[in-house]
Design a binder for this molecule. Structure first.
Ligand code: ZN
Ligand code: FE
Length: 256
Protein backbone atom coordinates (compact mmCIF):
# COMPACT_ATOMS: atom_id res chain seq x y z
CA UNK A 1 0.00 0.00 0.00
CA UNK A 2 2.87 2.35 -0.57
CA UNK A 3 1.65 3.29 -4.01
CA UNK A 4 -0.21 6.47 -3.07
CA UNK A 5 0.86 9.22 -5.48
CA UNK A 6 1.01 12.86 -4.50
CA UNK A 7 1.39 15.87 -6.80
CA UNK A 8 2.13 19.28 -5.29
CA UNK A 9 1.98 22.40 -7.44
CA UNK A 10 1.98 26.17 -6.93
CA UNK A 11 -1.33 28.03 -7.13
CA UNK A 12 -2.37 31.68 -6.75
CA UNK A 13 0.45 33.77 -5.28
CA UNK A 14 1.96 31.54 -2.62
CA UNK A 15 -0.52 28.68 -2.12
CA UNK A 16 0.14 25.05 -2.90
CA UNK A 17 -2.38 22.78 -4.49
CA UNK A 18 -2.02 19.08 -3.76
CA UNK A 19 -3.52 16.08 -5.53
CA UNK A 20 -3.57 12.65 -3.89
CA UNK A 21 -4.10 9.65 -6.14
CA UNK A 22 -4.84 6.05 -5.22
CA UNK A 23 -4.15 4.18 -8.48
CA UNK A 24 -5.70 0.89 -7.30
CA UNK A 25 -9.00 2.57 -6.47
CA UNK A 26 -8.83 5.12 -9.29
CA UNK A 27 -9.55 7.99 -6.91
CA UNK A 28 -8.00 11.46 -6.86
CA UNK A 29 -8.50 14.02 -4.11
CA UNK A 30 -7.52 17.64 -4.14
CA UNK A 31 -6.41 18.90 -0.76
CA UNK A 32 -8.23 22.23 -0.82
CA UNK A 33 -9.11 23.98 -4.05
CA UNK A 34 -7.10 27.18 -4.28
CA UNK A 35 -7.32 27.71 -8.04
CA UNK A 36 -9.27 25.91 -10.76
CA UNK A 37 -6.77 26.33 -13.61
CA UNK A 38 -3.78 25.15 -11.57
CA UNK A 39 -5.71 22.06 -10.44
CA UNK A 40 -6.93 21.27 -13.97
CA UNK A 41 -3.39 21.57 -15.30
CA UNK A 42 -2.05 19.22 -12.62
CA UNK A 43 -4.80 16.68 -13.30
CA UNK A 44 -4.00 16.80 -17.00
CA UNK A 45 -0.27 16.44 -16.39
CA UNK A 46 -0.83 13.27 -14.38
CA UNK A 47 -3.79 11.93 -16.37
CA UNK A 48 -6.00 11.77 -13.25
CA UNK A 49 -9.70 12.47 -12.87
CA UNK A 50 -10.76 14.41 -9.79
CA UNK A 51 -13.15 12.56 -7.45
CA UNK A 52 -12.87 14.37 -4.08
CA UNK A 53 -11.88 17.58 -2.38
CA UNK A 54 -10.68 17.41 1.21
CA UNK A 55 -11.09 20.88 2.65
CA UNK A 56 -8.90 21.98 5.56
CA UNK A 57 -10.62 25.30 6.27
CA UNK A 58 -13.01 27.84 4.83
CA UNK A 59 -10.65 30.64 3.71
CA UNK A 60 -11.24 31.72 0.14
CA UNK A 61 -7.76 30.74 -1.02
CA UNK A 62 -8.63 27.13 -0.03
CA UNK A 63 -12.19 26.81 -1.35
CA UNK A 64 -12.46 29.21 -4.27
CA UNK A 65 -12.49 26.47 -6.95
CA UNK A 66 -14.91 24.15 -5.10
CA UNK A 67 -18.04 24.89 -7.12
CA UNK A 68 -16.32 25.06 -10.50
CA UNK A 69 -14.65 21.69 -9.93
CA UNK A 70 -17.84 20.16 -8.58
CA UNK A 71 -19.73 21.29 -11.65
CA UNK A 72 -17.07 19.88 -13.93
CA UNK A 73 -16.43 16.52 -12.23
CA UNK A 74 -19.38 15.84 -9.92
CA UNK A 75 -16.97 15.30 -7.04
CA UNK A 76 -17.60 14.81 -3.35
CA UNK A 77 -16.43 17.65 -1.10
CA UNK A 78 -15.48 16.77 2.47
CA UNK A 79 -14.71 19.39 5.10
CA UNK A 80 -14.95 20.36 8.75
CA UNK A 81 -18.40 20.28 10.34
CA UNK A 82 -17.70 23.51 12.21
CA UNK A 83 -17.16 25.44 8.95
CA UNK A 84 -19.78 23.82 6.72
CA UNK A 85 -21.72 27.08 6.34
CA UNK A 86 -18.75 28.73 4.65
CA UNK A 87 -17.42 25.86 2.49
CA UNK A 88 -19.09 26.01 -0.96
CA UNK A 89 -20.52 22.72 -2.23
CA UNK A 90 -19.69 20.70 0.89
CA UNK A 91 -21.28 17.20 0.81
CA UNK A 92 -19.92 15.47 3.90
CA UNK A 93 -18.65 16.92 7.18
CA UNK A 94 -15.98 15.54 9.47
CA UNK A 95 -14.83 16.30 12.98
CA UNK A 96 -11.97 15.43 15.32
CA UNK A 97 -11.31 11.71 15.56
CA UNK A 98 -13.36 10.77 12.52
CA UNK A 99 -11.88 8.19 10.21
CA UNK A 100 -12.90 7.42 6.64
CA UNK A 101 -11.56 5.52 3.67
CA UNK A 102 -9.99 7.16 0.66
CA UNK A 103 -9.64 4.18 -1.67
CA UNK A 104 -7.47 1.70 0.20
CA UNK A 105 -6.20 4.28 2.68
CA UNK A 106 -7.50 5.33 6.06
CA UNK A 107 -7.85 9.06 6.58
CA UNK A 108 -7.84 10.26 10.17
CA UNK A 109 -9.30 13.68 10.88
CA UNK A 110 -7.40 15.75 13.39
CA UNK A 111 -9.06 18.93 14.57
CA UNK A 112 -6.39 21.66 14.45
CA UNK A 113 -8.13 24.98 15.18
CA UNK A 114 -6.35 28.28 15.75
CA UNK A 115 -5.88 29.70 12.25
CA UNK A 116 -9.63 29.22 11.84
CA UNK A 117 -12.05 27.95 14.47
CA UNK A 118 -12.86 24.70 12.67
CA UNK A 119 -9.70 23.85 10.74
CA UNK A 120 -8.85 20.17 10.36
CA UNK A 121 -5.76 18.27 9.22
CA UNK A 122 -5.97 14.97 7.36
CA UNK A 123 -3.58 12.19 8.39
CA UNK A 124 -3.05 9.05 6.30
CA UNK A 125 -1.23 6.64 8.63
CA UNK A 126 -0.40 3.96 6.03
CA UNK A 127 1.12 6.55 3.72
CA UNK A 128 2.67 8.45 6.66
CA UNK A 129 1.51 11.80 5.36
CA UNK A 130 -0.45 14.67 6.89
CA UNK A 131 -2.13 17.56 5.11
CA UNK A 132 -1.88 20.41 7.59
CA UNK A 133 -3.53 23.26 5.67
CA UNK A 134 -2.65 26.60 7.27
CA UNK A 135 -2.02 25.17 10.74
CA UNK A 136 1.62 24.14 10.41
CA UNK A 137 4.06 25.59 7.89
CA UNK A 138 7.74 24.88 7.44
CA UNK A 139 9.47 27.02 10.08
CA UNK A 140 6.14 28.62 10.98
CA UNK A 141 2.51 28.18 11.91
CA UNK A 142 -0.72 29.78 10.80
CA UNK A 143 -1.80 33.24 11.89
CA UNK A 144 -4.46 33.26 14.58
CA UNK A 145 -7.48 34.65 12.78
CA UNK A 146 -10.11 32.76 14.77
CA UNK A 147 -8.28 31.29 17.73
CA UNK A 148 -6.12 32.02 20.72
CA UNK A 149 -2.47 31.03 21.15
CA UNK A 150 -3.67 28.33 23.55
CA UNK A 151 -5.89 26.84 20.84
CA UNK A 152 -3.09 26.78 18.29
CA UNK A 153 -0.64 25.38 20.85
CA UNK A 154 -2.93 22.39 21.44
CA UNK A 155 -3.34 21.88 17.69
CA UNK A 156 0.41 21.88 17.11
CA UNK A 157 0.88 19.46 20.01
CA UNK A 158 -1.38 17.01 18.15
CA UNK A 159 0.70 17.32 14.99
CA UNK A 160 4.05 16.81 16.73
CA UNK A 161 2.59 13.68 18.32
CA UNK A 162 2.40 12.06 14.87
CA UNK A 163 5.21 9.66 13.90
CA UNK A 164 8.33 11.77 13.33
CA UNK A 165 8.83 10.37 9.83
CA UNK A 166 5.41 11.72 8.75
CA UNK A 167 5.58 13.88 5.63
CA UNK A 168 3.84 17.25 6.04
CA UNK A 169 2.12 19.12 3.21
CA UNK A 170 1.16 22.74 3.92
CA UNK A 171 -1.07 25.35 2.34
CA UNK A 172 1.57 27.97 1.56
CA UNK A 173 5.16 28.58 0.53
CA UNK A 174 6.13 30.88 3.39
CA UNK A 175 9.35 29.14 4.37
CA UNK A 176 11.86 31.77 3.30
CA UNK A 177 10.29 34.60 5.30
CA UNK A 178 9.58 32.20 8.18
CA UNK A 179 13.31 31.36 8.22
CA UNK A 180 14.25 34.99 8.87
CA UNK A 181 12.08 35.07 11.97
CA UNK A 182 13.16 31.61 13.11
CA UNK A 183 16.82 32.64 12.96
CA UNK A 184 16.07 35.76 14.99
CA UNK A 185 14.53 33.64 17.77
CA UNK A 186 16.90 30.66 17.57
CA UNK A 187 20.15 31.97 16.04
CA UNK A 188 22.48 29.22 17.27
CA UNK A 189 20.44 26.24 16.05
CA UNK A 190 22.71 24.54 13.51
CA UNK A 191 19.90 22.44 11.99
CA UNK A 192 17.92 25.63 11.46
CA UNK A 193 20.89 27.44 9.90
CA UNK A 194 21.42 24.55 7.53
CA UNK A 195 17.72 24.45 6.62
CA UNK A 196 17.69 28.22 6.03
CA UNK A 197 20.58 27.89 3.58
CA UNK A 198 18.82 25.02 1.81
CA UNK A 199 15.61 27.05 1.61
CA UNK A 200 17.45 29.96 0.05
CA UNK A 201 19.01 27.71 -2.60
CA UNK A 202 15.67 26.07 -3.37
CA UNK A 203 13.81 29.38 -3.68
CA UNK A 204 16.51 30.93 -5.86
CA UNK A 205 16.04 27.96 -8.18
CA UNK A 206 12.26 28.46 -8.09
CA UNK A 207 11.77 25.14 -6.29
CA UNK A 208 9.39 24.35 -3.42
CA UNK A 209 10.66 23.96 0.14
CA UNK A 210 7.75 21.62 0.86
CA UNK A 211 6.72 19.03 1.76
CA UNK A 212 8.59 18.80 5.03
CA UNK A 213 8.55 16.22 7.84
CA UNK A 214 7.54 16.29 11.49
CA UNK A 215 11.12 15.38 12.43
CA UNK A 216 12.62 18.27 10.49
CA UNK A 217 10.12 20.77 11.87
CA UNK A 218 10.72 19.60 15.43
CA UNK A 219 14.42 20.32 14.92
CA UNK A 220 14.03 23.71 13.22
CA UNK A 221 10.57 25.28 13.62
CA UNK A 222 10.51 27.66 16.62
CA UNK A 223 6.73 27.23 16.92
CA UNK A 224 7.33 23.58 17.87
CA UNK A 225 10.34 24.26 20.10
CA UNK A 226 8.62 25.69 23.19
CA UNK A 227 10.72 23.29 25.31
CA UNK A 228 14.08 24.39 23.88
CA UNK A 229 16.43 25.87 26.52
CA UNK A 230 18.21 28.24 24.10
CA UNK A 231 14.95 29.70 22.80
CA UNK A 232 13.65 30.04 26.35
CA UNK A 233 16.86 31.84 27.35
CA UNK A 234 16.60 34.21 24.38
CA UNK A 235 13.01 35.03 25.35
CA UNK A 236 13.86 35.27 29.06
CA UNK A 237 11.18 32.65 29.72
CA UNK A 238 13.32 29.90 31.26
CA UNK A 239 10.68 28.89 33.78
CA UNK A 240 7.50 29.64 31.84
CA UNK A 241 5.02 27.01 30.70
CA UNK A 242 5.33 25.55 27.20
CA UNK A 243 2.14 27.35 26.26
CA UNK A 244 3.49 30.70 27.48
CA UNK A 245 6.66 30.23 25.43
CA UNK A 246 4.60 29.41 22.34
CA UNK A 247 2.37 32.44 22.96
CA UNK A 248 5.38 34.76 23.17
CA UNK A 249 6.88 33.35 19.96
CA UNK A 250 3.56 33.80 18.10
CA UNK A 251 3.29 37.39 19.41
CA UNK A 252 6.82 38.24 18.28
CA UNK A 253 6.19 36.82 14.83
CA UNK A 254 3.09 39.00 14.48
CA UNK A 255 5.26 42.05 15.18
CA UNK A 256 8.37 40.91 13.27
ZN1 ZN B 1 -6.07 30.20 5.61
FE1 FE C 1 -4.34 30.05 3.15
Amino acid sequence: MSDLQIEQFPARTDNYGVLVHDPAAGLTAAIDAPEEQAILAALKRRGWKLTHILTTHHHNDHVEANLALKQRFGIEIIGPEAEKASIPGIDRTVKDGDQFKFGNYDVKVISTPGHTAGEVSYFLPEAKVVFAGDTLFSLGCGRLFEGTPATMFRSLQKLVALPVETTVYCGHEYTESNARFALAIDPDNSALKERAREVQVLREAGLPTLPTTIMREMATNPFLRWHDPAIRRNLKLEHASDEAVFTEIRKRKDNF
